[in-house]
Design a protein around this ligand. Structure first.
Ligand SMILES: [Zn+2]
Length: 433
């Protein structure tokens, strides 16, 4: 992919219009855990955006299932359901232990465990359900999302708002620096731990990533690449923290990205943030503006990546969720009506396709092989997929070239094979310092 994030199409390949749904903040224990905290917190914020976020909360399995059903009801032109890439955050503050040590050291509670006020049931089992149905693709958003050094500093300095929020098991996200995990640099231990935990929870490594608040730091690209990540989302939005936008800092980030060239960089083209807006109560519903941007991006570069945060689909006000889901249904219907042939892809599928014109991906119950060139192509099946059955492949004209390495020759076209995946049983909660 090119530096500006606009990938060249491989020679001769005819990719269908590709839609990527990218959604941040899943698994994040923010902003308010319950109605009581929401009532108190919203009196402390002034901007409308902050007020919207105040009612945002950790998703429940019920909210996830409603979203899954909606995605399943809107397949792309290839018959596969719309798939949402849910960018996960895996570790919340361990409020009790941090307080017991007088705010001197960081302690975390890792998914599937959460701090007491955030209990919602089994979120990881629900994520597995969505993955098996082919509508939910967990990816990586960060270990803590928040900046652990900044959190401790605010608490040690007796910042009154930080303490008020801490007592309610909330991150002090009114503080811009505190919201961004990598604002003050990358903690290599947390990055390695997060990627390892991701694989243990979901049963496969993260392949795609977006940094919290689009803030990156030197050391991040290298650590991600070593941890198995292959795709950077929001390539057109990521950058160093505002207070470090020096020529030297920018040069270091560029040099690091050049070194890790195999990280594919996908730009975000459109935001879809209805934030509880009823599609019927306004002349300019959010979904229409998003659809216009999606159509423009598809016309320009054959693909559109849509950013849509968890805030829309998990909220302490149930009518907010209702309205956001109604808008999403209208957007997905609009895509089907206005963009003939549009298909929903994962970032990893798209990254493979723009480089070689062919891809392989586990999409729920199917292993999906695509080849949009005019000649047979070789693809490498991920080791976490079910063992390849030669007979089923041969029936579709696919050939196993190297069974040990999972290399398959794929004729032109889109080939979907039934293939059950093994996911890990739920792990017991762990706490890490
Ligand atoms: Zn985020």
């Amino acid at each position: 992919m090119q530096r500006d994030g606009h990938p060249p199409a491989p020679t001769g390949a005819q990719l269908p219009p590709a839609i990527l749904l990218q959604s941040d903040d899943w698994g994040l224990c923010a902003w308010s855990p319950d109605e009581e905290a929401w009532r108190e917190n919203r009196q402390l914020v002034s901007s409308p955006t902050a007020a919207d976020y105040c009612g945002s909360t950790l998703e429940s399995p019920e909210e996830m299932r409603r979203l899954f059903a909606l995605l399943a009801a809107h397949p792309g032109a290839d018959g596969l359901p719309a798939v949402m890439q849910a960018n996960y955050v895996l570790c919340a503050p361990d409020y009790e232990r941090i307080r017991a040590e007088n705010f001197r050291a960081w302690h975390g509670i890792e998914l599937p465990a959460v701090p007491p006020r955030w209990a919602r049931g089994d979120l990881i089992a629900a994520a597995h359900e969505g993955y098996r149905a082919g509508v939910w693709q967990p990816e990586y958003h960060g270990y803590t999302h928040g900046n652990t050094h900044r959190l401790l500093t605010l608490l040690q300095q007796r910042d009154p708002l930080a303490h008020h929020l801490f007592e309610r098991e909330c991150w002090p996200l009114h503080d811009e620096v505190c919201g961004a995990e990598y604002w003050q640099g990358v903690e290599p231990r947390h990055l390695a731990r997060g990627l390892q935990l991701f694989e243990r929870l979901f049963g496969f490594p993260a392949r795609s990533f977006v940094p919290s608040c689009y803030i990156t730091s030197p050391g991040l690209a290298g650590g991600l690449r070593r941890g198995g990540v292959r795709v950077l989302q929001a390539a057109n939005r990521n950058g160093p923290p505002p207070d470090r936008r020096t020529a030297l800092h920018t040069l270091r980030l560029r040099a690091e990205h050049a070194w890790h060239r195999r990280l594919a960089r996908i730009p975000r083209d459109a935001d879809f943030e209805p934030r509880g807006q009823s599609p019927h109560g306004t002349e300019t519903p959010v979904w229409q503006a998003t659809l216009a941007r999606v159509e423009a991006a598809v016309a320009r570069r054959g693909a559109a990546a849509i950013s849509t945060h968890r805030l829309n689909y998990a909220h302490l006000d149930p009518t907010w969720v209702e309205a956001s889901l109604a808008q999403l249904a209208l957007l997905l219907k609009g895509i089907a009506d206005r963009i003939p042939g549009a298909v929903y892809l994962t970032d990893w599928e798209y990254a493979q396709l723009v480089v070689t014109g062919a891809s392989v991906e586990q999409r729920g119950p199917s292993l999906v092989f695509r080849n949009y060139t005019r000649q047979p192509c070789l693809v490498c099946v991920p080791p976490t997929s079910a063992p390849l059955e030669s007979a089923a492949l041969t029936d579709r004209g696919l050939t196993v070239v190297d069974a040990r390495r999972g290399v398959v020759r794929v004729p032109p076209g889109c080939h979907q094979l039934a293939s059950a995946v093994e996911l890990p049983s739920r792990q017991a909660g762990t706490t890490a310092s």
